[in-house]
Structures are given as structure tokens and as C-alpha cells.
Design a binder for this molecule. Structure first.
Ligand SMILES: [Zn+2]
Ligand SMILES: [Zn+2]
Length: 330
């Protein structure tokens, strides 16, 4: 399986000398589990038992397997887990569906994040699988190495922090401004329960859990004639990159045709540019991820990366690089 191969150590010397993974840096900015936290789930979630002892599926047994599989893909994550635990036959059915297999292999971080944030009831297996197979950010079209959890949408880090569609607001602020009862709001909106950790580019650990709502969902709640326009309510509330990052996690891209898995790579040249001239534009460049093919195209336009390539004499000589990239973004 090619999933664990680091592109930075791939056979292409241009990739090796001018690009790198900054996984550690991004892991400190979005929802991230502790290392090893998914080991048990990886070996058991949505997987058949080795010994097959069928206990039957009741009336569902009469359905053709194709139809049963299609129904299972429409389940939300929580319902899928409940069905999976209902019987050995249910577990075997789930374990035989390729989409479930791919999600267990490549999306455990997102599955864990969706359960922990309370969004597992609101995310269908088919939507999550579609996001896994989507390469580009749905907003800007650049390589998207992330999932926006409330809508299971593939996105890039820049759009998480700035796109209007990915706005996240405090539940209590929404309640205060809309003058709605908390119980009514909870019934009308998927509530996100943040996970303690560090987020965005802030050097701070957020230790308590907060209730959040996506701006997209806040705009959709039903209202009476005398209610204030939800857009006006949103306009009064602060737009925080920290809250936005509490509703996003890393998601690799799985290429169904080739079986290739990509986390996205960063350009060392953009780190050099940012250290030489710290500006918003250069910071955005530094945060951008590329697919391997996308990076080879980028190399033609990136002055600093081309200089790195030239001074490495075609990848044959070790070059001095920024400490940040040398440490792998940690
Ligand atoms: Zn984007
Ligand atoms: Zn570059």
C-alpha cells in the first residue's frame, strides 16, 4: 500500500529537495487525536470477525446484497455503528462493503472527530466517503487536505480560516443574539462540542469544551415573521479562526483509480519566502498544500523552490534549508 510513503522521500528528487510535509504544524491547528489513539479502532471498526458464524439479519436478509449495501451507505455514522454492533451478520454485511473498508483505513481521524464533536448523527457514510475521494477544496480548487466536519466538505486550510461557508459561531452567542431557548436551538441545529487542544495559529491550549454551531446551519433555522434576519444576527457575532479550526480535521485524498493516498505536501520555497519577508501573502503561500502532480506544476512558478533545486544540483547535493522545514514543520 502506498499510503504511508512520504512524498518528501519519494524517488523524484525535485519533490525531495523542494517540498516537505508540515503535518506536525497543521496537527496543532485543527482537531487531532493523540498518536496511537486509533490503533484499536483501526483493527476492528466496521470489520467482520475472523470466524464467520451467521446469526441472520431478520427481514433485511430478504434484500439483495446490492440493495442492502446501498442502504448501509445512506446511514449516518452513529446509525452505522449501531447497526454494525447489532449482530454478527450485520457486522459481516458492513465489513463486506468497500466504502466502509476505505473509511476505516484512511479516515479514522475524521470518524473519531465526528463522534467526539457530536456530529456523528449528522454525517452520512456516503458523504464522508465522497469527501475522501475528492482531491480539491470545494471553495477555491486548490489541493484540500482537510475536512470541514459540520458539512463533511473537502477543503483547504486557508478556506477553513476565511471562507464564509465555514464560519463557526458560539452556541451561547447565537442564543443570546437570537433570544431563542437553548432547547429550541439544540433541536434546530447540529451542535458541535469542541475538543480540548490547540487551534489555528494561536500558541494556546483550549482546555474546556465549548458548544458551537456552523454559520451555515444558523442561517437555516425556521423563524417567525417578527424574528430578526439570521444574517443580521450572524453579522453581530465575531468571526474567529480558532472556532473555525475546532470544526475541521486532516483528511488524506484517496485516488480510487490508482489506490494512491496523499496528505498533501508543502513548498520549502514558500517557507524561505516567508522568513525573508513576513506578509499575509507569504504566510498564505506557506500554508498551501499541493498534490505531488500539483507541486511539480508549482515548481515552474516558484522562484525560491527553483533556486533550491538549482543549488542542490538536481537533487544530488544537500542544501541548507529553513530550520522549520528541516524539522518537518514541528
Ligand atoms: Zn480552499
Ligand atoms: Zn513554492
Amino acid at each position: 500500500m502506498s499510503s504511508t510513503k512520504s512524498p518528501a522521500k519519494a524517488s523524484n528528487p525535485k519533490l525531495s529537495c523542494a517540498s516537505h510535509h508540515i503535518i506536525g504544524d497543521f496537527d496543532a491547528k485543527v482537531v487531532t487525536a493523540e498518536p496511537g489513539q486509533h490503533d484499536h479502532a483501526r483493527s476492528s471498526l466496521f470489520k467482520s470477525f475472523d470466524e464467520s458464524v451467521s446469526s441472520g439479519l431478520g427481514r433485511l436478509q430478504r434484500l439483495p446484497l446490492e440493495l442492502l449495501s446501498s442502504i448501509c451507505l445512506l446511514l449516518d455514522l452513529q446509525s452505522a455503528l449501531n447497526f454494525n454492533q447489532a449482530s454478527r451478520s450485520a457486522r459481516e454485511t458492513i465489513g463486506s462493503i468497500p466504502q466502509y473498508h476505505r473509511l476505516r483505513e484512511h479516515s479514522l481521524e475524521c470518524i473519531w472527530a465526528l463522534f467526539r464533536t457530536g456530529l456523528s448523527h449528522h454525517t452520512s457514510i456516503s458523504d464522508l466517503h465522497a469527501a475522501l475521494l475528492t482531491e480539491l477544496c470545494v471553495i477555491c480548487g486548490s489541493f484540500g487536505g482537510f475536512l470541514f466536519l459540520p458539512s463533511a466538505t473537502r477543503c483547504c486550510f486557508a478556506c477553513i480560516e476565511s471562507a464564509p461557508d465555514f464560519r463557526i459561531i458560539s452556541f451561547h452567542s447565537l442564543q443570546k443574539e437570537s433570544r431563542r431557548l437553548a432547547t429550541w436551538l439544540k433541536r434546530s441545529h447540529p451542535v458541535i462540542h469542541s475538543i480540548p487542544g490547540s487551534y489555528s495559529s494561536r500558541e494556546k491550549e483550549y482546555t474546556s469544551r465549548r458548544k458551537l454551531v456552523s454559520g451555515h446551519h444558523a442561517l437555516q433555522f425556521p423563524r417567525a415573521d417578527h424574528d430578526e434576519d439570521p444574517r443580521a444576527i450572524l453579522g453581530k457575532l465575531p468571526d474567529s479562526p480558532v472556532l473555525r479550526c475546532m470544526a475541521a480535521c486532516r483528511l488524506p485524498y484517496f485516488n480510487l483509480a490508482t489506490g494512491d493516498l496523499q496528505l498533501g505536501i508543502s513548498c520549502k520555497g514558500s517557507q524561505i519566502a516567508m522568513e525573508a519577508n513576513f506578509s499575509d501573502a507569504n504566510f498564505s503561500r506557506r500554508e498551501r498544500l499541493y498534490s505531488r502532480d500539483g507541486f511539480m506544476r508549482h515548481l515552474w512558478d516558484c522562484v525560491e523552490a527553483k533556486e533550491l533545486w538549482a543549488s542542490s544540483e538536481g537533487g544530488m547535493v544537500e542544501v541548507t534549508e529553513p530550520e522549520f522545514t528541516r524539522r518537518g514543520g514541528l
